[in-house]
Design a binder for this molecule. Structure first.
Ligand code: NAP
Ligand code: HSE
Length: 438
């Protein structure tokens, strides 16, 4: 089999980029694998949409059966997104003996266990490097290059859209909606951008990273998830004034007792490298017991960076076509029978420093009430900022940075503070990275 036929499911941002790279690097791919690749057919939803020039000689269809039932197609590349009907299509492709490459983190995070079991049963490969970190080869790095380590933590910026929005709000003073519209126009956002904004996309990616790093089952439902919807331009400004940047982080840590999986905005000291990862860029810190800290940085979304990962997976599959399935790298880094569960630590049980922003009535005794509540919950204050807002003369914004405290105690303190008559509106709480601890 010197020419390998591919069926593309999806010809949008990533599908178009993939087609472009396959044309641009056809000779290089042949030199690397000894095979010629031909895109035999591509699935779309709307035949009338304009397609990239590279698609001119590709047969386009709206019927998935023309790809899934075509015995001449050896590899299916799924770049549609969402869990259905993609789950059904991928399982059909596997059952038909086709290898599958996907960039779909929702599908892998939520249905990976079923898909991997089906792939093992049918002796085919499922590759998903593009599902996490766009063009950063983070899955290969953790699963293969860091296999000599016990991975202790994986933490970083894994969603390009939210990082782009936070950066544009800070650097160019854009409003949230305007920054989101730009991210969508650039092809970074999910079809439903609430997946980006609410942290669901980052949680999908974290579930995949944690499973591979720790050899545990995919546990998307166990990821504590907060998005960036509550972060205002004011918070970004106050954080800057205090020497921090606000980043949306995905954090997976383990100790002897439990695994911690959480996605939320975090204040990071400006001297830290992660604080300077801006725009669509992603960066992932992996801590291994032998190697120490490693940092992986690159474009986290966009047509060509993501296609770079898809094509790398394709090269892997082409190289492995004639290899014994037993010689393949296991999907989650450990052999299926060796996946070990660890209890999940609830968010309430984490120990973190906090940024709090309250809007209070400006009269004597208000600060005393707030500090008393914090003291009652054994939370000590590290820094305070009080800046009158001329547009709101009846209230005073107070910004507090606390030392590390238990999340459960902070929840109780926030509850008590929000019941004070002098506190107006909701209290913003953002976790803070201190002394290298998340
Ligand atoms: P996209 O631009 O919206 O493209 C989706 C493609 O799938 C389009 O060609 C669309 O057809 C087709 N499609 C959607 N629903 C269909 C249906 N029911 N039947 C047939 N065709 C259908 O999406 P994308 O940004 O390329 O993302 C694709 C996947 O890659 C997603 O899983 C996403 O999470 C993942 N991903 C994206 C990025 C990124 O930067 N965009 C990065 C990493 C991973 P039409 O063209 O006719 O509408
Ligand atoms: N919507 C995703 C992001 C695409 O912005 O990171 C890349 O996975």
């Amino acid at each position: 089999m010197d020419t390998v036929n591919i069926g593309l499911l999806g010809l949008g941002t990533v599908g178009g980029g993939t087609l472009q790279l396959l044309k641009r690097h056809a000779d290089a791919i042949e030199r690397r694998t000894g095979r010629r690749v031909q895109v035999r057919r591509a699935l779309v939803r709307d035949l009338a949409k304009p397609r990239p020039a590279e698609a001119a000689d590709v047969a386009v269809t709206t019927d998935p059966d023309e790809i899934l039932d075509d015995p001449a197609i050896h590899i299916v590349v799924e770049l549609v997104g969402g869990c259905e009907p993609t789950r059904a299509w991928v399982l059909r492709a596997i059952a038909a003996g086709k290898h599958v490459i996907t960039a779909n983190k929702a599908l892998i995070a939520q249905h990976g266990n079923e898909i991997f079991a089906a792939a093992d049963q049918h002796g085919v490969i499922v590759a998903f490097e593009a599902a996490v970190g766009g063009g950063i080869p983070i899955i290969k790095a953790i699963r293969e290059a860091l296999a000599g380590n016990r991975i202790e933590s994986v933490a970083g910026i894994v969603n390009g859209t939210t990082n782009y929005i936070l950066t544009e709000m800070r650097d160019r003073g854009l409003g949230f909606s305007e920054a989101l519209a730009q991210a969508q126009a650039l092809g970074y956002a999910e079809a439903d951008p609430s997946f980006d904004i609410d942290g669901i996309d980052a949680a999908h990616k974290l579930a995949i990273l944690a499973a591979i790093a720790f050899g545990t089952p995919l546990a998307f439902a166990g990821v504590a998830t907060e998005g960036i919807g509550a972060i205002s331009a004011e918070d970004i400004g106050y954080a800057e004034a205090l020497g921090y940047s606000i980043k949306h982080l995905a954090i997976a840590r383990r100790d002897e007792e439990a695994v911690e999986l959480r996605v939320h905005p975090t204040l990071i000291p400006q001297r830290q490298l992660l604080a300077r990862v801006d725009g669509v860029m992603n960066a992932i810190l992996v801590h291994g017991d032998a190697v120490g800290e490693t940092l992986f940085y690159g474009a986290g979304a966009g047509a060509l960076p993501t296609a770079s990962a898809v094509v790398a997976d394709l090269v892997d599959v082409l190289r492995l076509l004639s290899a014994d399935p037993d010689h393949r790298v296991p999907y989650l880094g450990v052999r299926p029978g060796a996946i070990a569960d660890l209890p999940l630590r609830p968010l309430e049980a984490i120990h973190s420093a906090y940024y709090l922003r309250l809007s209070v009535e400006d009269h004597p005794g208000v600060m005393a009430d707030i500090t008393r509540i914090l003291a009652d919950h054994e939370i000590s204050i590290e820094a305070m900022l009080q800046r009158p807002d001329p547009t709101r003369p009846d209230t005073m914004p107070i910004i507090l940075l606390t030392h590390r405290a238990w999340e459960r105690a902070m929840n109780q303190a926030l509850d008590a503070m929000s019941r004070l008559a002098s506190v107006r509106g909701p209290i913003t709480r953002i976790r803070v990275q201190t002394n290298g601890t998340w």
